[in-house]
Design a protein around this ligand. Structure first.
Ligand SMILES: Cc1cc2nc3c(=O)[nH]c(=O)nc-3n(C[C@H](O)[C@H](O)[C@H](O)COP(=O)(O)OP(=O)(O)OC[C@H]3O[C@@H](n4cnc5c(N)ncnc54)[C@H](O)[C@@H]3O)c2cc1C
Length: 365
């Protein structure tokens, strides 16, 4: 489909779900959009392992409560991008005598991307490239404005596996900038802005938006992916865990279009916080030991295990504001943390962000 361009250029830093949704909504209105992300592919915290064995080591499933988002999920489902996860769910609580399992978890509709959790956001990103530019493996390190208040974005092309810098880049001439990144990374980026291009730092750090962004905290999370040689004793596919180093244990392979005995263990925010600088091998050993206690039996042979450290996983005090838009400086901020702490919030925030820019540009025009 061809879109009539309106000549307004927008750069979006971050190709998380929120950034992708914002970009598509703007491209549909004729904006010339460039999305830049440091990762190998779009999706951010909606992350699945690219190689085999495959695991979802970021977001586990999505739920929908807002009626417009329910329609979106129904549409993704009709396109075969997501399917319901009809697993067996439980809650476990650790006490002195060990874990007690509560089997009756209230039913809710849980959906997952197929064949991987990130498949649907990767598909949305592929669709976006028909009407916008998407640059992956581009880490932004600075924003600048020139005398006509157009944004430039400076950064480094990187190899995400080892963060090696391959070359530098500069993109120029944007009327609007959107930052779809976790708040601590936004604060670091804004604080590092080169003031030579129009004292942008001073304007942004004194803005109302910046005060709000600084307040939002994200808890860390260690995610351990484990492939077992055979099924463990646990008869559940998803267990929320309390009073333990673990917060969530899931049989990843019980999700549709997966196979094997692949498990994902998430450490609790408190435990992750107090072990944040531990070696990944120490974290792996500690979480596997706790998994065995939860399983009440020695675990089957571990064929594969890999631990990921999410420094910024889940917003603890989201803003419930949709998105933040600083009209004076033509910069916006979107992401789950603007609205809530899940995939639905990220989606809705991206939509709000696009609406704010469309509204502002209509006023300016
Ligand atoms: C372990 C874990 C479990 C979760 N479980 C669930 C769940 O079960 N259900 C649920 O609904 N939600 C869950 N979530 C939350 C869900 O993943 C997020 O709400 C959602 O993915 C956030 O999307 P986003 O677009 O706001 O941000 P992000 O996905 O964080 O996107 C930000 C993007 O910015 C990019 N970026 C950052 N800095 C730069 C830079 N300097 N230059 C270029 N690019 C940059 C990143 O690479 C990333 O792609 C979980 C999250 C984690 C981490």
């Amino acid at each position: 489909m061809e879109y009539a361009k309106n000549g307004i250029k927008v750069v979006i830093v971050g190709a998380g779900l929120s950034g992708i949704v914002c970009a598509q909504a703007l491209a549909d209105k004729g904006f010339e959009v460039t999305v830049v992300d440091k990762g190998r592919q779009a999706g951010g915290r909606l992350a699945s392992r690219e190689r085999q064995p495959s695991f979802d080591y970021g977001a586990q499933y999505l739920t929908a409560s807002d009626s417009s988002f329910k329609d979106v999920v129904a549409n993704w489902s009709a396109q075969g991008l997501v399917l319901p996860w009809n697993g067996r769910f439980a809650q476990a609580e650790k006490a002195r005598a060990g874990f007690s399992l509560v089997r009756s978890v209230p039913h809710k509709e849980r959906y997952v991307g197929v064949p991987k959790m990130n498949s649907f956001v990767v598909a949305l990103a592929a669709e976006l490239t028909k009407s916008a530019t998407l640059l992956s493996q581009h880490r932004v390190i600075s924003l600048q404005t020139n005398s006509s208040n157009c944004f430039s974005v400076l950064g480094e092309k990187i190899e995400p596996a080892n963060e090696t810098v391959t070359e530098t880049f500069i993109l120029t001439g944007f009327d609007y900038a959107v930052l779809n990144m976790p708040p601590p990374q936004i604060v670091a980026l804004i604080s590092a802005i080169d003031t030579a291009g129009g004292a942008l730092t001073g304007r942004l750090v004194t803005s109302e938006s910046f005060d709000l962004i600084k307040q939002v905290e994200l808890s860390p999370c260690f995610a351990l992916i484990v492939q077992l040689a055979s099924a463990p004793a646990l008869e559940y596919d998803g267990i929320k865990v309390a009073n333990s180093p673990l917060a969530w244990v899931a049989r990843d392979s019980s999700k549709p279009q997966r196979a094997g005995e692949n498990w994902v263990l998430h450490a609790s925010p408190q435990w992750s916080n107090s072990h944040i600088e531990d070696s990944l091998s120490d974290v792996t050993a500690a979480l596997l030991a706790e998994f065995a206690v939860l399983n009440r039996q020695v675990l089957p042979v571990v064929l594969f295990a890999k631990c990921h450290r999410w420094r910024y996983a889940l917003p603890q005090n989201p803003l419930a504001l949709g998105a933040l838009f600083d009209s004076a400086n033509k910069i916006g901020y979107c992401g789950d943390w603007c609205q809530g702490n899940n995939i639905e919030a990220a989606y809705l925030s991206g939509r709000h962000m696009a609406e704010a820019i469309v509204g502002d540009s209509a006023l300016a025009g």
